[in-house]
Design a protein around this ligand. Structure first.
Ligand SMILES: *[C@@H]1O[C@H](CO)[C@@H](O)[C@H](O)[C@H]1NC(C)=O
Ligand SMILES: *[C@@H]1O[C@H](CO)[C@@H](O)[C@H](O)[C@H]1NC(C)=O
Length: 410
């Protein structure tokens, strides 16, 4: 009896095993087929960066925005003075819109402290706002079929950008820590699109950016969103991974071999460390340049309007405006105090520092922040993934596939 039962359960196990294997097989084929479609699409999309005598066709290809140089990009930046004593933010650059995209479920369980600080700030300034529920917003439903949230967000941004002259796009976990700033302080009117580098890994950050309402910027955002459909299927960094090559193509469209080199490294990513080799590749190809007039500016680490809060344990100085990475619903939870000694009551916010209840000691000098950042910078460099410390021009060809035509676009 016992032997028979044992035999039965063995058969059962075998059956389950076979079923699992079949399921896996079906899934594998589904994925394969799916990937195949993606790759075919991708080939089509990347055609314009493949130099096979098709240079003339490139202008007609998908990345039309690359060739839309705004006619009137100023050659010098219009200066904008730092906000004084919570005073006026003169609308020198027209109508500024603050855009936050979210999904209902995570807004209910996260981000309350960050969002309250933003709302408190917004009560003291004259910017317009768009808080967009990506699942239910009518305009998003009509225009953005994307089903991956981060890509959908950039599509939604391209739609809402039409309502403003400039738009600040914020992650839901971005908080205002020091409201004595105007958004315009970071608007550089020599460009249409403004990003910054993530401090700990030098990646161009995708969550927060400033864009001008131009066809170039709207198309840039829409194309970025549409990468959802053609992104590689390996560990690719999602929309943030896409952003690196999207910027490289936008600012250096003629660097065909370099774009292909980074693209090849991107496709080899299997985890964070190998993905970072691709980030390094794009960074090497962009070099020390951070400003492409009429197109894009990338602020140096910790010089944008926002940086990660954990770099300095949420300590901040005069120069800081926003801190990124506040995901909690309340202060004094999970061992996190925050620079505030009590939760915001947004109805108490308004002019001046009303409603900003600071915890003493969190605001420190710029020199103290500099020292902390210097230490963090050094440790990030020392612990940077070994697999990401690559010299892309040594491992990838820039002659081998295109000689003797490699310089034709230059
Ligand atoms: C908002 O607009 C009002 C009315 O024009 C102005 O008095 C005030 O200074 C503005 N606030 C800021 C922060 O610019
Ligand atoms: C927020 O502030 C308003 C105005 O001072 C007050 O009426 C209200 O009770 C406060 N709400 C909370 C939850 O403290």
């Amino acid at each position: 009896m016992a032997v028979a039962r044992f035999g039965n359960s063995r058969h059962l196990l075998l059956l389950i095993g076979v079923l699992c294997f079949l399921l896996l097989l079906i899934n594998f084929y589904k994925t394969e087929v799916h990937n195949h479609e993606v790759i075919v699409d991708r080939e089509h999309y990347l055609r314009h960066i493949v130099p096979r005598g098709e240079f003339a066709d490139r202008k007609k290809e998908a990345d039309a925005h690359i060739h839309m140089i705004p006619a009137v990009a100023p050659t010098t930046r219009t200066p904008y003075p730092k906000r004084q004593e919570m005073g006026e933010c003169k609308p020198l650059f027209g109508k500024v819109l603050v855009f936050v995209a979210y999904v209902e479920s995570s807004m209910k369980t996260h981000y309350k402290v960050a969002q309250d600080s933003l709302h408190c700030y917004l009560k003291g300034v004259n910017y317009t706002t768009a808080f967009v529920d990506l699942d239910h917003d009518k305009r998003v439903k009509e225009n953005c079929p994307h089903d991956q949230l981060f890509f959908k967000k950039h599509c939604a941004a391209s739609i809402y950008l039409q309502d403003a002259d400039w738009m600040l796009v914020l992650d839901a976990d971005t908080a205002v820590v020091n409201p004595n700033h105007c958004i315009e302080e970071w608007i550089d009117d020599r460009v249409d699109i403004i990003f910054y580098e993530r401090f700990f890994n030098w990646e161009i950050a995708s969550g927060n950016y400033i864009v001008k309402n131009t066809e170039f910027a709207r198309t840039f955002l829409r194309k970025w969103a549409d990468w959802q459909y053609i992104q590689p299927s390996n560990w690719n960094g999602a929309d943030n991974g896409v952003l690196q090559i999207h910027i490289l193509q936008t600012v250096l469209p003629d660097a065909v071999e370099e774009i292909k080199a980074c693209d090849a490294i991107w496709h080899k990513g299997t985890d964070y460390d190998t993905y970072m080799a691709y980030v390094t590749c794009v960074k090497v190809m962009l070099g020390a340049n951070r400003l492409w007039p009429g197109k894009v500016r990338i602020y140096r680490r910790a010089h944008g309007w926002v940086r990660d809060g954990f770099l300095t344990g949420d300590n901040f100085c005069d120069n800081d405006f926003m801190l990124h990475g506040w995901k909690l619903q309340a202060i004094e939870t999970n061992g996190w105090n925050s620079p505030f000694r009590k939760m915001f009551n947004v109805s108490e916010c308004g002019t001046g520092y009303l409603g900003w209840n600071y915890r003493p000691g969190y605001k420190i000098t710029a020199e103290e922040i500099r020292k902390r950042l210097a230490a963090f910078e050094q440790s990030s460099g020392n612990s940077f993934p070994k697999k990401a410390q690559v010299f892309p021009y040594l491992s990838q060809p820039d002659i081998g596939n295109c000689y003797p035509k490699c310089d034709d676009l230059t």
